[in-house]
Design a binder for this molecule. Structure first.
Ligand SMILES: [Zn+2]
Ligand SMILES: [Zn+2]
Length: 438
């Protein structure tokens, strides 16, 4: 069970060396290990990027208004050189792409990354007065994949990470929106602005200001009068070019097929961020009975526009990140707990259709019992599943075959010794807890 103190205020956190917050480290390590295990499993290679980098490449992004949400922390050296703190892991990877001349490698390239990014609250942060903010992210990035596979796979891994951590999917909302490419974005924008030309004066003060630089932010305003006006505004979906339409359809079809519920949110634009063409967010919505607010747990989208500005030529890039700070907070507040030591120790393998169907129920039972379990339901042969079990360094493999599925039992196998015994399913949680604590 995880216990820890409330999160440090970010100002303190910025100056306190991480080694002095053991509780936090244990929690972060746990959440991180689930995400890392899945990323590795799906073939995303771990990439490390520097916290400090040349500030100059960010200038083009700032000029294109892609850094309004997060303004980079920069400073000048005595030599005149300007440096910046990492403002996003995804952008840092694009910088490495250039520096390490990765365009010679076979594409698509798949990376997973982790770490803190630093920024000044940007244009939209009305309370911030020049304080440095930091956010701890774990992200995925795919470079050189034009098709919807990129978004689909990244969303899939993020969604699965939340499931494996034990966050009930009914409390999660995945929102997706197509925001247009360089061709179709302009058409929507001018029609949107034309709509507000005669109505703009009726918007609230904040919206009137946003309308000039980031018009779609008006869609997010909570004021009644703004919401009424927004209701009749042009919708981006009516302005998408064939390519953008097809792309969105492809992503949604994949999500349907994978059984990932989504909400096509025509208000989601993230104007002022580095996302382009397609954006997505995963928000935690607490049960109605609690007063807690919704929390943004993950975000992502195409970063091709930012990529082009950094790399200097057309490039396909998609990134998605889990915001670890927010995830930890949700897990603490919602008392979502798993046995830290169990996370990567137990692997479920199944054989046959009945076993495959029953394994979902078994996994749910283990999760409710506080035991994290890895699986590879997509693979059919026992041999390849046990190979995966070895690769994720599982210590215990649970084997569910036709016979076990019928008898409501499961074979518990020690991966290193190969010793195994059959255990009734209703006693499994208790049995595993005993085994793991030894
Ligand atoms: Zn388009
Ligand atoms: Zn407003």
């Amino acid at each position: 069970m995880l216990t820890r103190k409330p999160r440090q205020h970010h100002d303190e956190k910025f100056f306190v060396p991480r080694g002095r917050l053991p509780e936090r480290d244990a929690a972060a390590e746990y959440l991180d290990s689930v995400a890392a295990g899945l990323a590795k499993f799906y073939g995303f290679e771990k990439a490390a990027t520097s916290v400090i980098d040349d500030a100059q490449p960010l200038a083009a992004l700032a000029k294109a208004k892609l850094l309004e949400e997060r303004m980079p922390v920069t400073w000048k050296m005595r030599t005149g050189e300007e440096l910046a703190l990492r403002v996003s892991g995804a952008l840092a990877i694009l910088r490495s792409y250039v520096n390490l001349k990765m365009n010679d490698l076979p594409h698509p390239l798949k990376f997973s990354f982790e770490g803190e990014s630093f920024f000044l609250g940007g244009s939209f942060d009305r309370q911030n007065n020049g304080r440095i903010e930091s956010v701890e992210e774990r992200g995925l990035m795919m470079i050189g994949e034009e098709t919807t596979i990129a978004e689909a796979e990244i969303i899939h891994v993020i969604w699965k990470t939340f499931a494996d951590i034990g966050i009930p999917s009914r409390a999660l909302q995945l929102s997706v929106n197509a925001i247009g490419c360089a061709q179709c974005r302009g058409h929507f924008r001018s029609s949107f602005l034309a709509y507000f030309r005669t109505r703009g004066q009726r918007l609230c003060r904040n919206c009137r200001r946003d309308l000039k630089r980031f018009p779609t932010r008006v869609l997010l305003c909570g004021e009644d009068k703004c919401r009424m006006l927004v209701h009749g505004a042009p919708q981006v979906l009516d302005f998408l070019c064939e390519t953008c339409k097809k792309h969105l359809r492809g992503v949604l079809e994949f999500l349907d097929e994978a059984g990932v519920p989504y909400f096509l949110d025509s208000r989601l634009f993230r104007e002022g961020s580095w996302f382009s063409q397609l954006v997505f967010e995963v928000v935690f919505r607490p049960e109605l009975s609690t007063a807690a607010e919704s929390v943004l747990l993950a975000e992502g989208g195409r970063v091709s526009h930012a990529g082009e500005l950094i790399v200097g030529r057309r490039i396909d890039a998609v990134s998605g990140v889990i915001i670890l700070d927010a995830l930890e907070r949700v897990c603490t507040e919602q008392h979502i707990r798993l046995d830290l030591r169990a996370v990567q120790k137990v692997f479920l393998a199944q054989l046959g259709d009945l076993a495959k169907r029953k394994s979902l129920g078994l996994m749910e039972m283990l999760r409710q019992g506080g035991i994290g379990v890895m699986e590879s339901l997509g693979r059919d042969s026992m041999k390849s599943q046990l190979k995966v079990a070895e690769r994720v360094q599982a210590e215990i493999a649970l084997i569910l075959g036709q016979k076990e599925a019928l008898n409501n039992t499961v074979i518990v196998r020690d991966v290193s010794s190969g010793m195994q015994e059959t255990v009734p399913q209703e006693k499994l949680v208790e049995f595993l807890k005993r085994r793991i604590s030894n």
